[in-house]
Design a protein around this ligand. Structure first.
Ligand code: GDP
Length: 365
């Protein structure tokens, strides 16, 4: 049987160093059974990113192949980027199959938010998408909260054991969760998306539970996927998220990185109050209309995008849309952050790349 990389699951080969799965021949044929392909080795040891050469269709085909063997799906969602955690392909699977949903990165939301409130909010959002899971586990792989709860929930529904399909788009923390469940560093955990290339079966030691780790799909419409890898990593919050509250005059501008321009267009004397949330790696800059035009594109002041990826970013078709957001609603910039209206309505003109998606939802925080 062909040897596979324990990090990403790709079949190993020593013929072509520019193809996925490459490993020097002496290592491939050596004694070591726990082999990592060159790409995973570099990611793991040097934090060096080597882009994945796989298409979105390849990802989709690979996930579909594993569905037959599994009885339950375990999709992983990121609570801080909930809208950026789905993909139609994943939702379709969840409409067909039983699922136990794992919501990760609880550590990133404010303490006052109780996990049960988070679970209820998620349940409502999923119901809107036509998904009714068996159960929801709220966890943080960072501090270990709730990991045991995942075992308990699987055991409750499948006391005899089960094969579970672990699904998730890139960057939600799917690899981190598998590592926690299996208790060993099996999958390549990194801040880089698309690190698992093929489905990998892993048994959780001392249980009858087998996990099938599927590749991470890259969903449509995430602003974080429109910039280079370094900027992408800045947009994914690691420790805390930034929050800033505004009460600004009509025609004042807020620039979210150099990616989104927000102009307050609310009429009347009562100024709306709203908060912006995003990763600490994204600059928030308040200014006027004229100055905004001057500084847009200045990567020293506003980022992401950075100097390296701004030209590529500017090739996007930029559009402007005016939206009215009511008190208690949020405007989500998929994969980037959100704006929460505390006292509305807020009429806001948003200028953004058409490839990114805006969503209005009921407030989460
Ligand atoms: P995958 O692409 O879904 O397999 O995601 P990874 O497991 O590689 O994680 C993506 C990024 O999210 C990495 O930078 C992780 O350190 C980070 N991450 C994963 N789980 C958590 C968590 O519970 N809290 C926080 N703050 N970050 C997390």
């Amino acid at each position: 049987m062909a040897k596979k990389c324990i990090g990403c699951g790709i079949e190993l080969q020593s013929e072509n160093s520019s193809r996925n799965g490459y490993l020097p021949e002496n290592v491939l044929n050596g004694e070591n059974k726990e082999l990592l392909c060159q790409r995973c080795f570099k990611i793991k040891n040097y934090g060096q990113y080597i882009p994945v050469r796989m298409t979105r269709e390849d990802y989709r085909d690979e996930v579909r192949k594993s569905i037959e063997s599994a009885k339950v799906a375990i999709p992983v969602f990121d609570i801080i980027d909930f809208e950026g955690s789905f993909d139609d392909e994943i939702l379709d699977i969840l409409r067909e199959m039983d699922s136990i949903i794992v919501i990760n990165k609880l550590d990133l939301i404010p303490d006052e938010k109780h996990p049960s409130e988070v679970a209820n909010w998620v349940k409502e959002r999923l119901a809107e998408e036509g998904v009714a899971p068996l159960d929801i586990a709220i966890v943080s792989t960072k501090n270990g909260y709730g990991i045991n709860g995942i075992f308990k929930k699987i055991k409750h529904f499948y006391p005899e054991g089960v094969t579970a399909l672990v699904l998730g788009v890139t960057n939600v923390g799917k690899s981190s969760i598998i590592n926690k469940l299996v208790g060993a560093k099996r999958s390549t955990v990194s801040k880089f998306p698309g690190t698992t290339l093929k489905s990998i079966e892993v048994k959780i030691p001392y249980t009858n539970i087998t996990l099938i780790d599927t590749p991470g799909l890259i969903p449509e419409g995430r602003f974080s996927d429109l910039v280079c890898q370094e900027c992408n990593q800045k947009i994914i919050p690691a420790n805390e998220i930034s929050r800033k509250t505004y009460k600004i005059d009509k025609d004042r501008v807020i620039l979210l990185g150099g990616m989104i321009k927000l102009v307050n267009k609310t009429e009347g004397d009562l100024k709306p109050i709203f908060s912006l949330y995003a990763s600490k790696g994204v600059t928030f800059h308040e200014t006027n209309l004229e100055r905004a035009e001057e500084i847009l594109g200045n990567t020293a002041l506003l980022n992401p995008p950075c100097e390296k990826c701004i030209d590529e970013y500017n090739k996007n078709n930029i559009i402007t849309e005016t939206l009215t957001i009511e008190t208690g609603e949020e405007l989500v910039f998929k994969g980037l952050g959100w704006l929460s209206v505390k006292r509305g309505p807020l009429t806001v003109e948003v200028t953004y790349p058409e490839a990114g998606e805006l969503i209005v939802r009921n407030a989460f925080i």
